[in-house]
Design a protein around this ligand. Structure first.
Ligand code: ASP
Length: 412
């Protein structure tokens, strides 16, 4: 039987640790740092290769999946408000936790950023915000400027839904087709994760010894605790306030949540999420087919939170103190990055470079957190699906649907 990917990654991680450590003892660390690390670089380049086409096709196909323009009225607004509110709540939870725990501070991980580079970028916050509106969308895509690419794709997708047939159908099909191909391509690259993890871990350990382990563990704890707060406190509070029972809803969603955990993909889980929300939680197909497909690609609370913690952790590890303004920029870019990330494994990881770029941190910082990404991916995907499904029942309740089976105090 073939070993599951996450087990392969765990083994690669252990090997990376071992070989990296041995290389220090036996004096071949420069071989690991200069040569073997190339495998990691190849892997990261592969992931970055898919970013732009993935974002464009995922957003456009997500937005067009909401279908006809009639749908876009009241329910569209509610859905959008829910997405943005919960994602922001998640990010802020992460931001508070990462500032409290400070997992990266004092980490001796051999990372250095030039203060001039940071300062030069820090001055550009206003520009980054303005730059969200591209003067030339193709240029933005070609240069890999993610925020304007996301902005343009959202608009483009929206106006496809507003166009007459046959163009609407043609374009919807075209972008769904491209999205399908990009998901396959990304899955192909992800098969090589164990090699990337091995190479990057071995390199890091060869460079720094075990100094990296402690901060990395603290970083994982920070992400997991923050995800826990969002999933167990914040979202249930919203469900409760809406008159719904978080416990009943969690039970209704259990198989979808487990699938999200084991596949690390909201998109792959989507059919199950829809079935559970309709059959077990009792939301109507009208609401779930509106909220869930779009949510699977653009509403990612877990990913948004993780983006923020990861970027802040990398900043801390580089010894960079981000100002309030820069942290606000991290929050905003984390939100957009989570919107831009597709519902497939590691999409969130790839998007961290967007945030690092926005605040002027070196992109290589992501190499450090790759090793532990898969396990965090499983958890954040779970939170993503949990938020999508909670949003569906909250909106169904606000639309006065009668079939809901997860009400707080049903006496019937
Ligand atoms: N794997 C996540 C999802 O499918 C996205 C991410 O990588 O954060 O929801």
């Amino acid at each position: 039987m073939k070993l599951k990917l996450h087990w392969q990654i765990v083994i690669a991680l252990a090997f990376g640790l071992l070989i990296g450590f041995m290389s220090r003892g036996l004096g071949f660390e420069s071989f690991m740092i200069d040569r073997v690390s190339i495998l990691g670089t190849i892997f990261l380049r592969g992931l970055r290769m898919v970013i732009v086409p993935m974002i464009v096709s995922s957003i456009i196909s997500g937005v067009t999946s909401i279908g006809t323009a009639q749908n876009l009225g009241r329910m569209g607004l509610k859905t959008f408000a829910y997405y943005v509110t919960t994602s922001l709540l998640a990010i802020i939870t992460g931001l508070i936790m990462v500032n409290l725990i400070q997992p990266g501070v004092g980490a001796q991980v051999g990372l250095q950023a030039t203060p001039e580079g940071i300062a030069a970028n820090a001055a550009k916050i206003g520009e980054t915000l303005l730059g969200i509106i591209p003067t030339n969308p193709l240029e933005a895509m070609v240069n890999g400027d993610i925020l304007p690419t996301i902005f343009f794709s959202l608009l483009f997708g929206f106006f496809i839904t507003q166009s007459p047939d046959p163009y609407k159908t043609q374009l919807t099909d075209l972008f769904s087709g491209i999205f399908e191909v990009m998901m396959k391509l990304t899955h192909f690259i992800i098969k090589f994760t164990p090699i990337g993890v091995f190479a990057l871990m071995a390199k890091t350990i060869a460079q720094t010894g075990f100094d990296v382990i402690l901060p990395l563990a603290a970083y994982m704890v920070t992400v997991i605790l923050s995800l826990g707060i969002h999933a167990i406190v914040t979202l249930p509070a919203l469900l409760y306030l809406a008159g719904l029972s978080p416990l009943k809803h969690a039970k209704a969603m259990s198989s979808a949540l487990l699938t999200a955990f084991s596949t690390s993909s909201s998109s792959a889980t989507l059919p199950l999420t829809m079935e559970s929300v309709e059959k077990n939680a009792g939301a109507s197909n009208k609401t779930s087919s509106f909220v869930l497909p779009l949510g699977a690609t653009i509403n990612m609370d877990g990913t948004a939170l993780y983006e923020c913690v990861a970027a802040m952790f990398i900043a801390q590890a580089y010894g960079v103190d981000l100002t309030f303004g820069q942290q606000a920029l991290v929050v905003l870019t984390a939100l957009l990055a989570s919107i831009g990330a597709a519902g497939i494994p590691m999409a969130g990881f790839v998007m961290i470079t967007v945030i690092l770029g926005a605040v002027g941190l070196p992109l290589e910082g992501v190499g450090m957190i790759l090793a532990v990404d898969r396990i965090l991916d499983m958890m954040r995907t779970c939170v993503n699906v949990w938020s999508d499904s909670s949003g569906t029942v909250i909106i169904a309740k606000s639309e006065k649907e009668t079939g809901l089976q997860v009400l707080r105090d049903v006496s019937t």
